[in-house]
Write a protein that binds this ligand. Structure first.
Ligand code: SF4
Ligand code: SF4
Ligand code: FES
Length: 259
């Protein structure tokens, strides 16, 4: 166990815990935009910056990816940090002035209008979509392409993906609404994977085999609705880290009736 001090409050957490998690334990809120507890930290948005003081040295680090250290002192709201976060929020607002989550965040920090030229983008380059597709779905249908100001999320060579299973996990995790799942596209992706209509749960590896009897209109499927209600999240997160015994039992039941 590691003991550290955050904003003058002592906290003890397991080794390997991030500063963000340790702060949560104390009820200290740190803004985040690219963090998701089911995905590896990426440190893209830099909103979660905090100041650490160790051996008289002050450093600014990303709380979502920096692990706690014994005796570490952390300041989450120092003047230096608030100024830095405000600048980041201003850049984000200039990049995505119409994105609600960005506007709300900037407004909360007292920024109504950025001083920089608006870019009118809808993607904040947080990488959540890329990470979920790689790490959780295990497909890697999308990734970052180009560099610098042309950096963006795309399929390889900007071509319609021949590996995407249309699971919708990328759209689910996107904080800005930049990825919308259009039913006909999803249907096309799934159909291109085989002549049989394989259920999306089988495509996601949650069931060994199941044919969709609803023409991929999941909202008409009782199994799909039941699973979504039971999980309360996108099923792909539960597939990798089954959270409740009830869900486990449900899947074993489905496997049995298919056998
Ligand atoms: S729909 Fe699923 S497989 Fe396709 S890009 Fe999004 S996460 Fe990847
Ligand atoms: S599309 Fe959405 S999830 Fe993907 S990088 Fe952009 S804002 Fe993040
Ligand atoms: S939440 Fe830590 S860098 Fe984005």
């Amino acid at each position: 166990m590691i003991t550290l001090i955050i904003n003058n409050q002592k906290v003890t957490v397991k080794q390997g815990t991030t500063i963000l998690k340790a702060s949560e334990k104390l009820g200290i809120e740190i803004p985040t935009l690219c963090n998701h507890e089911g995905l590896a930290p990426y440190g893209a948005c830099r909103l979660c910056v905090v100041e650490i003081i160790k051996e008289k040295e002050n450093r600014i680090v990303a709380a979502c990816s920096f692990p706690v250290e014994e005796g570490m002192k952390v300041l989450t709201n120092s003047d230096r940090i608030l100024k830095r976060r405000k600048m980041i929020a201003e850049f984000l607002l200039a990049r995505c002035p119409d994105v609600k989550v960005v506007r709300d965040l900037a407004n909360k920090m007292g920024i109504k209008k950025p001083r920089f030229k608006p870019k009118n983008k809808d993607c904040i380059l947080c990488g959540l979509c890329v990470r979920v597709c790689n790490e959780i779905v295990g497909i890697g249908a999308i990734g970052f392409v180009n560099r610098g100001k042309n950096l963006k999320v795309d399929t390889p060579f900007h071509l319609a993906s021949d590996v995407c299973i249309g699971c919708g996990a990328c759209s689910y995790v996107c904080p800005t609404g930049a990825i919308e799942m259009e039913f006909d596209v999803v249907q096309r992706f799934r159909e291109s994977l085989g002549s049989e209509h394989i259920c999306r749960y089988a495509l996601m590896g949650m069931l060994s085999y199941k044919v969709c009897s609803n023409n991929y209109e999941c909202w008409k499927c009782k199994v799909d609705q039941k699973i979504r209600d039971t999980l309360g999240t996108h099923p792909i997160f539960a597939a990798k880290e089954i959270k409740s015994e009830k869900v486990n039992q449900y899947f074993s039941f489905l496997e049995k009736i298919q056998a």
